[in-house]
Design a protein. Structure first.
Length: 273
């Protein structure tokens, strides 16, 4: 597949930048997070994604500095006037992040994001293996650059769903397939990757996570400006209660009749890259 050449180029660029953003990491089954060592130097119209809302408006000075490139914008689902904002720091190679998006995020999307109660922002935060993590995030952002913000969330969903396939020695074949399914050609991918805004956006998310929010593992959440804690990070017991409390404090009514929490299975794969 011709896209494989672009994948190799992206991986080479990612290898040089990934270690600037974060150190080596590993899965921590006790906390339900992939941990990251803190040793680093340093108007798009609304659109629908599976019934949710993509809102790229009003992203602030960081996005203004990067221009109107959708691949460099903050990645947000939900109404701009939602009473509560929830930020997730996540890595597309993190098994615990994949489990969250497979089991918990659908509940959040259906009962909180789609009804306009929660504005959700996804912030790339690469973990091991760092080159593949940067590569996956870059491809998702390049999909957005060519096809709009919904393409970003579509690609992130694909990367999480098929994480055990592509976080492997055969990453080129799988990622090439995902890129082609997203109608992203090799020249488009190379042009996007060779520009600064995409990597700057990812590195800015890492900077915010480490310096502003004290993030050391993924998935991690910031709710209404404060690091979310006090819930079981393996089963997510108490997670939605924390969000409900924030909604109540904001004068909003939490949703009723949430489904029971599912039994969460953590995918496993080889991190030797």
């Amino acid at each position: 597949m011709p896209v494989k050449h672009a994948i190799r180029t992206v991986l080479a660029i990612s290898a040089a930048l990934a270690m600037v953003a974060c150190g080596q990491s590993g899965a921590d089954s006790q906390t339900g997070e992939d941990t990251v060592q803190n040793d680093r130097p340093n108007g798009i119209a609304d659109a629908s994604v599976d019934g949710a809302i993509v809102d790229a408006g009003g992203q602030g000075s960081d996005d203004a500095a990067r221009g109107t490139n959708p691949g460099a914008q903050a990645m947000i689902l939900g109404a701009a006037d939602a009473p509560v904002t929830l930020v997730e720091y996540a890595s597309v190679t993190c098994p615990h992040c994949a489990a969250y998006h497979g089991f918990i995020f659908p509940i959040l999307k259906e009962h909180y994001i789609e009804p306009g109660l929660v504005r959700f922002e996804f912030r790339d935060f690469p973990t091991a293996p760092p080159q593949l993590s940067y590569l996956g995030s870059s491809i998702a952002r390049c999909a957005a650059a060519q096809n709009g913000l919904p393409a970003y969330f579509d690609m992130v969903g694909t990367l999480f769903e098929h994480q055990q396939d592509w976080v492997s020695q055969d990453y080129e074949t799988h990622l090439s397939s995902y890129v082609e399914q997203a109608d992203l050609t090799e020249p488009e991918l190379l042009e996007c990757i060779n520009s600064d805004p995409v990597f700057e956006a990812i590195n800015e998310n890492v900077r915010k996570g480490m310096e502003e929010d004290g993030i050391q593992g993924t998935p991690a959440f910031v709710l209404a400006g404060d690091r979310l804690s006090g819930y079981n990070t393996a089963t997510y017991e108490g997670y939605f209660e924390k969000i409900d409390a924030a909604l109540t404090a904001a004068g909003a009514t939490p949703p009723q009749g949430l489904p029971p929490l599912p039994d969460i299975a953590i995918p496993g794969h080889d991190h030797d890259h």
